[in-house]
Structures are given as structure tokens and as C-alpha cells.
Design a protein around this ligand. Sequence first.
Ligand code: NI
Length: 179
Amino acid sequence: MAVHEILKMGDPRLLRIAQPVTKFDSDDLHLLITDMLDTMRAANGAGLAAPQIGVDLQLVIFGSNDSNPRYPDRPAVPPTVLINPTVAPIGTEEESDWEGCLSVPGLRAVVPRWSRIRYTGFDQYGDPIDRTVDGFHARVVQHECDHLMGLLYPMRVRDFTQFGYTAVLFPGIAATEDD
Ligand code: NI
């Protein structure tokens, strides 16, 4: 088990356009994913992108099958390894909801996202993934895939009156989370 340091906003490595993964089902790739899972679980995250631990690859993990103390009222998202993803909106509907990010500790904001998306990519074995999803699942995918384009959620915020410290906005939640 190897829990990595999570880079914080301001680190230029979070602003890069990530490189595609070219070799699947390799020892290096499996080790990277294991480390990312360990790191995400240790931080009670709903997702983690490889650039957040300084790895310049198009790889994200996300999902929560049981109660995540950072998002106690959110529906479960299937645990997923997603490599070289594409994300496209279905329709033009957007919805706004609260987001946080392990690279932006202690803060939350209301962020607009596409309500419904189709995403594609590959798992760690090179098998294709092609899903149409909505709601929180769609939000998590858009948030994580933004990391692969050098985008952090504060760059998506439109209403800065709904951006603040978790401990102030949600005193109950803040007591159970790490950041
Ligand atoms: Ni994030």
C-alpha cells in the first residue's frame, strides 16, 4: 500500500494536458492504480485523477459503493478505472451542485455541469468503457476528467457567492472530513 501526497492547487503539474496511456495491463499501470486507490480511500475521496499525484497520464478513478463521509447523502457510483476518456454532453441541460476537490482542501463551491453525458474510454486491461449517465455520476466524471485538461473546479464556478470554506458552509460535514 502506498498513499501518495496529493498535489494542491497552485502546483503547475495540475495545469498540464495529460498524456494518453499507450500500454495497458502492465505492471506499472496496475501499481499506479493500486496506489491511486489507496490514496483516494485514505483521503475519503469520491475520485482521483493521476495528475493529482503528479503522474502526467489520462487516468482517473472514481466510485463509492458505500457511505463516503465526505458525501454522505450522495448516491453510489460504480467503482471505475477510466483511461484515455472522452466526455460529451447529451442535450444542453445543466445542473448545479456542491463540489469539493482533494487538491483544493477545505473549500466547496456550487459548480454547473452537464446533467447527462456519454463517456468512453478504457479500463486498465484495455477493455472499452461506454456509458451514458446522469446526476452525481455524470458530475464526478466531468470533475475528474477536467483534471486531465488542467482544469480545477474553481475555474468552472460562475457564482462566487456560493464558494467558501466547508467548515463555514457545512459545519456538520466538516467534522467528518479530512480536508
Ligand atoms: Ni478534484
